[in-house]
Design a protein around this ligand. Structure first.
Ligand code: ADP
Ligand code: MG
Length: 612
């Protein structure tokens, strides 16, 4: 038997090991991930050699990974039946620095005066992370090359390592860690089981822990779509989504450019935020070649897609990328943009392919899409396509897209009209709707308090401005018969302003009313009545907002106006009461009357008069 040889570590490795050994780290457990991913790489390489026809030592042994813990001896052993290492490879791989994460970490050490060694776990220092928990590491390895023999590599992390021949080894690598006193927990089966499940559930080779098979869920995202059964998808969703119901939508896609991506995303059947469970956190996990980089990865999707669950795998991410820096790398931003655009395109396709399913989705998740319109400039247009509203052109309960609305617009119409209302009945009875009805212009009916902000942020769709009905500058197509003359109407308006005083802004004649005698219109360009209502609802205890002043528009063709004009000559007091009542009625119709009690007293007095 040959004598054992002593080797020295490369200077940089020495420096690294000093830090690994002499400092305290919080992320120690990542050594499990690092050693298992090395083992999986070795299995992958073996499989590659086998499939390309190379003669492999002990070819009957399938590639796999076995881990044993011994809490008496305080050891953990990771064995793989991968391709193993020759003498030269052991020297090259475990004594010099090749690992990109290790390089990055050392670079940071060199650049910073007081390096944050706590980051070491986040860099993942590959094989050397074993020394975070081990006082001694023994590697037994036997290469797959038939003519080779086995070698034993041992090190206590000091200046170097010993290499000695080892006879009769099976193919592959066996790494034994003799644990430090403060790392004894890693000799406990349940601790290791937990860590493996967290990081290595989808490693594509069997992992056994103390002879128990651990990873049974396949990384189906990496498989061909056509070969995956519906049940497999559902089973996988239950696993990653922690949800026993079926998902609403599923998107499985791969891309090569601009990034290599394999993604399997799910929309849960229900929106958990509306179930009163508080704000959700994105549950999309980020993998690099099936090894977890980050669970619930931050920054992978925009906030407004936080309802998504699933997996994104990108080969372009280094395994050891720092979690801190990952959030703002351009790589992450690129990934975010590609994924978001792809998902929006998917939703658009779904809405065409299965309108029913899309409406169900929309019902659950519209608030997220709207949040996107308001907060995410990049995807605003794609999001606009996904909005759905009831419309005056469709039956109650039916929804239209903005694109379909635009398709129905006649040549006269230049804007997309939107009417904010509590429900269908209120919308159709609204005085603001009258002119649209008469001119046969389609109006979208918006029932959600958020819609006003959505309309404002979206601003245009298909280069057509979105316009709130109450702000639309439209007149009736024909003059009504029996209307007050222009002059008479003007003088009535002047009288009304004098009578109502501060209660209104301006009073003017309207050309857009059919059924209603009058309507209030916001004089404030920026704040509409509904917005004011919403702000009031949001700050219930706060001081009242200054009551917005409204302008009054009167309908010169309405019989009430003609009679009021006559009455003001005869009985100014009665006419004054009627004027106030007309204003209040218009406020009721607009939903902005604050206290109806004062109105009731007046109304009763008026009724008395009528009944005499
Ligand atoms: P990386 O995995 O990023 O290359 P590591 O420090 O984790 O860096 O490992 C260094 C090298 O050691 C690997 O590239 C590989 O060649 C070799 N190696 C480590 N573990 C094994 C193993 N279990 N079987 C075969 N080779 C291994
Ligand atoms: Mg590695």
């Amino acid at each position: 038997m040959n004598k054992s040889e002593t080797h020295h570590f490369q200077a940089e490795i020495q420096q690294l090991l000093n830090i690994v050994i002499h400092s305290l780290y919080t992320d120690k457990e990542i050594f499990v991930r690092e050693l298992i991913s090395n083992a999986a790489d070795a299995c992958e390489k073996l499989r590659f050699n086998q499939s390309s026809g190379t003669t492999v030592y002990q070819s009957e042994i399938a590639p796999g990974i076995a881990i044993t813990t011994d809490d008496k001896a305080n050891t953990i052993t990771i064995t793989d039946t991968g391709l193993g290492m020759t003498h030269g490879e052991l020297v090259e791989n475990l004594g010099t620095i090749a690992h990109s994460g290790t390089k990055a970490f050392l670079k940071q050490l060199a650049e910073e005066k007081k390096p944050d060694v706590g980051l070491i776990g986040q860099f993942g220092v590959g094989f050397y992370s074993a020394f975070m928990v081990a006082r001694k590491v023994t590697v037994l390895s036997r290469s797959f090359k038939p003519d080779e023999t086995g070698w034993q590599w041992t090190s206590e992390g000091g200046g170097g390592y010993e290499l000695a021949p080892a006879a009769d080894l099976p193919r592959g690598t066996k790494i034994t860690l003799e644990l430090k006193d403060d790392a004894k927990d890693f000799a406990q089966e349940h601790t290791i089981e937990h860590i493996i499940k967290r990081y290595s559930s989808f490693v594509p080779f069997p992992i056994e822990l103390n002879t128990k098979r651990l990873n049974t869920v396949q990384a189906i995202w990496a498989r061909n779509k056509n070969e995956i059964k519906e049940e497999e998808y559902n089973e996988f969703y239950t696993f990653v989504g922690h949800d026993h119901e079926k998902p609403l939508f599923r998107l499985h896609f791969t891309a090569d450019a601009p990034l290599a991506i394999q993604a399997l995303l799910f929309v849960p059947g229900r929106n958990f935020e509306t179930l009163g469970m508080g704000r959700m956190d994105s549950e999309v996990n980020l993998y690099c070649r099936k090894v977890l980089i980050q669970a619930k990865a931050k920054g992978l999707f925009p906030e407004w897609l936080r309802f998504l669950k699933g997996v994104v795998d990108s080969e372009d991410l280094p395994l050891n990328i720092s979690r801190e820096t990952m959030q703002d790398t351009s790589l992450m931003q690129k990934l975010n943009k590609v994924l978001t655009s792809r998902f929006l395109k998917f939703l658009d396709e779904q809405s065409a392919a299965d309108a029913g399913a899309y409406e169900k989705f929309y019902h659950e998740y519209q608030r997220f899409l709207k949040e996107g319109v308001v907060t995410d400039f990049t995807h605003k247009e794609a999001l606009g396509k996904l909005l759905r509203y009831e419309s005056s052109a469709l039956d109650k309960g039916k929804l239209t897209s903005l694109a379909d609305y635009v398709g129905r617009m006649n040549s006269e119409q230049k804007e997309i009209y939107c009417l904010l209302a509590a429900n269908r009945e209120a919308a159709e009875a609204s005085p603001y709707y009258e002119v649209f009805k008469e001119r046969k212009f389609e109006v979208l009916f918006l029932y959600d308090a958020w819609d006003e902000f959505v309309i404002e942020h979206l601003h245009t769709f298909d280069s057509k401005p979105l316009k709130l009905a109450e702000k639309a500058d439209l007149n009736l197509s024909a003059k009504k018969e029996g209307a007050l003359t222009e002059d008479a109407a003007k003088s009535l308006a002047t009288w009304l302003k004098e009578t109502l005083g501060d209660k209104v802004g301006e009073v003017r004649t309207s050309q857009r009313l059919v059924e209603s005698p009058a309507v209030v219109v916001d004089s404030d360009k920026f704040m509409t009545a509904s917005m004011r209502r919403m702000m009031k609802a949001m700050k219930q205890d706060g001081p009242d907002l200054p009551a917005g002043k409204q302008d009054l528009e009167i309908n010169p063709a309405h019989p009430i106006m003609a009679r009021l004009d006559a009455m003001r000559q005869k009985d100014a007091t009665l006419a004054g009461s009627v004027a106030e009542q007309i204003l209040d009625n218009a406020r009721v119709a607009a939903g902005v009357l604050e206290d109806p009690r004062a109105m009731l007293t007046r109304l009763n007095t008026l009724l008395e008069k009528v009944l005499t």
